[in-house]
Design a binder for this molecule. Structure first.
Ligand code: SAM
Length: 327
């Protein structure tokens, strides 16, 4: 078991398959990304991912989420999904939905039951202004295709003040007729994403706004939940809040991350990384590296800032961009 100093057992691994993406969301891509940046990144091969996962599973990992960048743009994504489906873990994926129609059978064969799709707007123009791609209709259609094929679908919406905060009610309304689970995510600071506390639309503000339009009820929280869940009676779906900035949920954290270039992060905001891929390539045992990385995990938010997000100075945060870490 991978246990840290605060007695948190880590059994959930998020693997970034690539730092490439077919969308260009401003909050995820660094604005000052140097040319050729992506091309220079060494990447774990499918076989290396498989070998690394076999070690993590022996150390107690029970859930694996594939992410990125956009995991499905990787040419061998299918092979990776097939390989990982052989492990006794719950396999899940986070995607922007762009290529989902090409992967339905792969997901089914791999036993993937739940798919997280990012969608920050229900308005085609706003979607375009955030992602720089005119693909709203395709992604909405793919969400409905997932529902039609009985997948459990979670929608991730990053809420940003004066950009898409006026759409919360539309998203909650969407859960009336469809069994969708919308998750409103507070905007987080990463290298180059022009974050400031003023752009955060907090959990509290979201609750206030939604309560002026709907009567809703709270669902019970589970130990490792990142989202605070609610539902409107009569609605088929639910909505929830990921309040990383205003009410972090690090106490129950069971997550570890592997970047596409094979570095392990014990927290989304950790400053230190363990070079698992180089160790593997040099024929070294990676277990001590993994254990050391977990033992160094900070109590909350990578030790980089507190939950008084209004006073966070994003320029002082030492991290990669989100697309480069793997969300
Ligand atoms: N391409 C996949 C997708 O769209 O879900 C996986 C990677 S994406 C980085 C994972 C999640 O991180 C998405 O839901 C995205 O909206 C979220 N994300 C990225 N940058 C963020 C930020 N600055 N604050 C909050 N969430 C962010």
């Amino acid at each position: 078991m991978l246990t840290d100093k605060f007695n948190r057992v880590h059994d959930y691994l998020r693997i970034s398959l690539t730092d490439k993406c077919n969308l260009r969301c401003s909050y995820c891509n660094p604005v000052d990304m140097p040319k050729g940046y992506f091309a220079s990144m060494p990447r774990m091969t499918a076989e290396e991912i498989d070998r690394i996962v076999s070690v993590f599973v022996k150390e107690g990992v029970k859930k694996i989420r594939l992410t990125g960048g956009e995991p499905l743009v990787r040419k061998d994504a299918r092979e990776i999904i097939e390989r990982l489906s052989e492990y006794p873990v719950e396999l899940a994926i986070s995607t922007n939905g762009f290529l989902v129609h090409e992967y339905l059978d792969t997901f089914k064969l791999a036993g993937i039951k739940s798919v997280n799709v990012s969608l920050d707007s229900l308005n085609r123009e706003v979607f375009f202004s955030i992602t720089k791609r005119d693909e709203f209709n395709r992604i909405r259609d793919n969400i409905h295709l997932l529902l039609k094929n009985n997948f459990h679908v979670k929608i991730n919406m990053v809420v940003m003040k004066n950009i898409n905060d006026s759409e919360l009610i539309d998203f909650v309304r969407w859960t009336r007729d469809f069994p969708l689970h919308v998750r409103f995510i507070e905007f987080m600071p990463f290298t180059g994403n022009q974050w400031s506390g003023e752009k955060v639309f907090s959990y509290y503000e979201m609750l206030q706004l939604i309560s002026s339009n709907f009567d809703f009820m709270k669902l019970p929280d589970e130990k490792h939940d990142t989202a605070k869940k609610y539902f409107v009676p009569d609605h088929k779906g639910t909505f929830s809040f990921i309040s990383t900035m205003s009410e972090p949920f690090c106490v129950g954290c069971n997550r570890m991350r592997l970047t596409a270039d094979g570095k392990m992060k014990n927290c989304l905001f950790s400053t230190n990384e363990a070079d698992i891929l180089s160790a593997l390539r040099n024929g070294r045992d990676i277990v001590p590296l993994i254990k050391h990385c977990i033992s160094e995990k900070k109590e909350s938010l990578g030790g980089q800032f507190s939950s008084i997000y209004e006073i966070v100075d994003a320029s002082k945060i030492n991290n990669r961009s989100m697309i480069n870490i793997g969300g």
